[in-house]
Design a protein around this ligand. Structure first.
Ligand SMILES: [Zn+2]
Length: 322
């Protein structure tokens, strides 16, 4: 039923003042400086130039909404499991020791702490990981605060689309006390196509487009869940590729995109400082606003991408949680 508001003319000026107050004050109060949720999206084998050749409107949107560099570097060797482990531990391969690239349970599991454990221990964050290659299990320790989903990209039905749906469903079905706030989502189809048909081939670029669409589904799901505005999304890759392979120190293998968007992250900013894949975990902690932790790693927060005002936030207004 329609309704009307009756306002006496004398009160209009007063209302205008109140309106002005809300217009100028409300956005600052609403705009969070830190993320409640961080989502790391690892697009296996994504070369930066693939974002130019494939149609990737969703990733383009994230780039416009956030900060990015197309010159980030992975670690050596530029292979999935060693690099993935460096991304989670902030350590070079020779230090974390996971230098093989197959699923070999008899070799044991990673000993160094990962960003999941640090965020859990120091920030009470629960984690969720969705991976498309079993070998990544070497670097993920499953404890009760980790919601782990594994399928193999070579199996029918293990698609980027399915992964995106799984992420949203698992969030919806988890209980309030176990809702994850640190996500790791691994998309392997572009790498798979690169090995089969070549990096930058048509099937490779199509796989990149499928992943872009799945990321779009993910963002839409986060919006519907009311999480989007307080979530930092980080998108990167474990390595690039050339021909039908990777693993060398060639720029085509080593150079990866690194994109971040979310609370306190500069909009439309091209990051100039050198970025290593190893810088991801420190940046995740910085995005959460957690500074009170200790870990021996080589990870450095990509400080340049954060709004300067946040570093100077006065006490009592959104300081890092202790
Ligand atoms: Zn590969």
């Amino acid at each position: 039923m329609p309704f009307r508001i009756h306002v006496a003319p004398g009160k209009i000026i007063a209302l205008l003042f109140i309106g002005l107050f809300f217009v100028t004050e409300a956005p600052a109060a609403d705009k969070p400086s830190y993320a409640d949720t961080v989502v790391i999206i690892m697009v296996d084998g994504l070369r930066p130039d693939a974002l130019k050749q494939a149609k990737t409107p969703v990733l383009e949107g994230l780039i416009k909404r956030g900060s990015f560099t197309m010159k980030a570097q992975t670690v050596t060797p530029s292979r999935t499991l060693p690099a993935f482990t460096s991304m989670l531990t902030g350590l070079p391969v020779e230090t974390h020791g996971v230098d093989w690239n197959d699923y070999e349970p008899q070799r044991g599991f990673l000993k160094a702490p990962t960003v999941f454990e640090i965020a859990t221990f120091n920030g009470s964050k629960w984690g969720a990981a969705f991976i498309q290659k079993e070998k990544l299990l070497h670097a993920i320790k499953q404890d009760r605060r980790m919601d782990l989903h594994v399928c193999n990209v070579s199996e029918p039905g293990c698609t980027a689309k399915k992964i995106a749906a799984d992420v949203i469903n698992s969030y919806k079905t988890s209980t309030d006390s176990t809702k994850p706030s640190l996500f790791l989502i691994h998309f392997a189809e572009a790498d798979h196509a690169g090995h089969a048909d070549g990096w930058m081939s048509k099937p490779y670029l199509k796989a990149v487009e499928d992943i872009d669409r799945a990321i779009g589904t993910l963002l839409k799901g986060f919006k519907e869940l009311g999480l989007y505005e307080r979530t930092t999304f980080i998108v990167s890759a474990d390595h690039g590729g050339h021909g039908t392979t990777h693993g060398t120190t060639m720029p085509e293998d080593m150079t990866i995109p690194w994109i971040a968007a979310g609370p306190g992250v500069k909009v439309g900013h091209e990051i100039k400082q050198p970025v290593s894949l190893m810088d991801t975990p420190a940046t995740v902690m910085r995005a959460f606003g957690i500074s009170d932790y200790y870990v021996e790693w080589k990870s450095r927060s990509v400080e340049e991408m954060f709004e300067a005002a946040i570093a100077a936030t006065p006490a009592g207004t959104g300081q890092p949680s202790q």
